[in-house]
Structure formats: structure tokens, C-alpha cells
Write a protein that binds this ligand. Structure first.
Ligand code: SF4
Length: 85
């Protein structure tokens, strides 16, 4: 599961096999992450008008770092380099 907004420098992915439904990511960046019907994190679409998230990149990275199982993967959108974990 991956997504990226037009202004974020990140590609955001969730490794569903690692998610244990703690929802730290939702608490920190609820406009980016939500739990689906299986209580596994998914990435929401950015605002359709602005194509951006309210959460900035620092907040998105904080959400990734808050995940106890490192289920959230952050990559540089330009280079594809994995930045976290
Ligand atoms: S913080 Fe990690 S384990 Fe918790 S819901 Fe988000 S992705 Fe899943």
C-alpha cells in the first residue's frame, strides 16, 4: 500500500504484514493514515483539491517513527531511496 501527495517529498508505504493496529500513526497524522475494516493501517488519498495532506513531511516521518513495528516505510519520491526505517 503506497501513496504520495504532489507536494510531499515522500512516498509512503505500509507493510500490512507488520501492522499490529496500534494506531499511533493515525493519532499523529490522521489525515494520512487510517485503519481499514481489518484494523490494518492504510494510506488515505490527499485532499482532492490541493492534492496535499494537512500533515507536513516532518509529521509524516514522526508518524512512521512512532510505529512500534516499523510497518511504515518512507522513501524519497525523487530518488526512490528508502529513508525510513
Ligand atoms: S502505528 Fe504501525 S502498527 Fe500501529 S496502526 Fe500504524 S502502521 Fe499499524
Amino acid at each position: 500500500m503506497r501513496n504520495s501527495s504532489s507536494t510531499s517529498k515522500y512516498i509512503i508505504e505500509v507493510d500490512r504484514s507488520k501492522c499490529i493496529s496500534v494506531a499511533n500513526c493515525v493519532a499523529i497524522a490522521g489525515d494520512v493514515f487510517e485503519l481499514d475494516g481489518e484494523q490494518i493501517a492504510i494510506i488515505k488519498e490527499p485532499d482532492p483539491k490541493t492534492k496535499t495532506y494537512t500533515s507536513d513531511d516532518d509529521t509524516i516521518m514522526l508518524a512512521a517513527r512512532s510505529c512500534p513495528t516499523q510497518a511504515i516505510i518512507i522513501k524519497d519520491r525523487e530518488t526512490g531511496q528508502q529513508l525510513f526505517p
